[in-house]
Design a binder for this molecule. Structure first.
Ligand code: UD1
Ligand code: UDP
Length: 363
């Protein structure tokens, strides 16, 4: 049996890397071999946004590299759709595997479903209930054309059922990002530049900013940077290229903010382990803060990972300068514990379910 994995953006490399490893492990143990081919759409293309993950995480080299990044949403998704359809017609996989909620996810899911090829969606059922987010559109549409929906949590499953998706197609399996955090725990690597920053271990805020809602609105972006600057704590900010381009001409005050290039997963892990707080608008980094026992402030109005907010270990601050300062300075955090995302064998479960589905066995 053959499956085509369609990925294109940084968080998808982390997730798919764990599942590729589980596929290889399964192939060495069972007589039902799942041949995986990877299609990299090219949505992320800088070395430190793409190649570094394939190298560090031993992700199999993509069979197909489409080289389609940048441009508007319609343009990017449309061009990817056209190329993926061609691959599917030529390669005839038995299933297509997609992750998360990016334009690459939607392109892969749409191309496959139109050709009646079953779509397997990892991270199904997450909702922000904010249709202004491109990701919300991508995930809703992908869920509704998917054959098997792998939900990380029970709440995600509830969202899908409320939208009329048949319960037996939804599998609550946990979160592959937790698998990755566990698998790579002992391999975290200190960035070479860290010792040059005069920042102490356990005494800095690790920050990431890339969401369209923050970067496309210059006033929100200014307000976030004012909050980060006013809090006075040392901040390490591996900056997404999207945001880097935008702040260049804003004349922001950044005496306590150390901007560095995006780092690979192993260095990011080290920074998460060694910071004292995370401030982010990323989906994945919110969870990774939790995995590493760090409080998180989320610079958005809502989050898909509501269990972290309910547990009092993640605070939503939007782009409000004062809320950012107050939250970073707060010392009233709940103890960071909870069993929300499975036990680290999600990738294995996903592979077993895909295999069972493709060979027609009920799971
Ligand atoms: C995308 C996803 C978002 C995800 C994020 C992960 C969509 C709609 N958004 O957002 O859900 O959280 O990836 O990081 O799919 N750029 C570079 N080099 C790169 C990649 C991007 O310079 O390697 C720049 C380009 O100017 C590009 C811009 O960043 O146009 C935005 O990239 P894009 O992939 O469209 O969106 P992200 O913000 O990365
Ligand atoms: N990440 C990384 N280097 C960075 C920033 C993020 O390796 O400089 C990793 C992070 O550890 C997580 C994933 O990228 O595994 C999250 O991706 P991102 O924040 O870009 O996207 P989102 O999760 O918001 O979709």
């Amino acid at each position: 049996m053959k499956i085509l994995t369609v990925i294109g953006a940084r968080p998808q490399f982390v997730k798919a890397g764990m599942v590729s490893r589980a596929i290889l492990k399964s192939n060495s143990k069972t007589r039902h071999v799942l041949e995986e081919r990877i299609c990299h759409t090219g949505q992320h293309y800088d070395t430190n946004m793409s190649d570094v993950f394939f190298d560090e995480m031993n992700i199999p080299k993509p069979h197909y590299k489409l080289g389609i990044g940048g441009g508007g949403h319609g343009e990017m998704t449309g061009r990817q759709l056209e190329k993926i359809e061609r691959i599917l017609l030529d390669d005839k996989p038995d299933g297509v595997l997609v992750y998360g909620d990016t334009n690459s996810t939607l392109a892969g899911a749409l191309a496959a479903s139109k050709l009646h090829i079953p779509v397997f969606h990892v991270e199904a059922g997450l909702r922000s209930f904010n249709r202004n987010m491109p990701e919300e559109i991508n995930r809703v549409l992908t869920d509704h054309v998917s054959e098997i929906l792998f939900s990380p949590t029970l709440l995600a499953k509830k969202h899908l059922i409320r939208e009329g998706i048949c319960e037996n197609r939804i599998k609550v399996v946990g979160d592959v990002m937790y698998d990755a955090a566990k698998f790579y725990a002992s391999k975290a690597r200190k960035p070479e530049w860290f010792d040059e920053l005069s920042v102490e271990v356990n005494d800095f805020v690790l920050c990431t900013i890339h969401r369209a809602e923050n970067t496309d609105d210059i006033e929100r972006l200014r307000s976030i940077f004012r909050g980060l600057q006013r809090c006075g704590k040392p901040i390490i900010l591996p900056l997404h290229p999207r945001t880097k381009g935008l702040i260049e001409n804003l004349n922001l005050e950044m005496s306590n903010i150390h901007i560095v290039d995006p780092v690979g997963y192993l260095e990011m892990l080290w920074l998460e382990v060694n910071c004292n707080l995370v401030a982010t608008d990323s989906g994945g980094v919110q969870k990774e803060a939790f995995f590493q026992g760090k409080p998180c402030i989320t610079m958005r109005g809502e989050t898909e990972w509501v269990e972290l907010v309910d547990a009092g270990v993640n605070i939503l601050v939007g782009a409000d300068e004062n809320e950012i300062v107050n939250a970073i300075s707060s010392d009233r955090w709940n103890s960071i514990q909870g069993d929300f995302y499975g036990n680290g064998n999600t990738a294995e479960k996903i592979v077993n379910i895909i295999l069972a589905s493709l060979i027609g066995v009920t799971q």
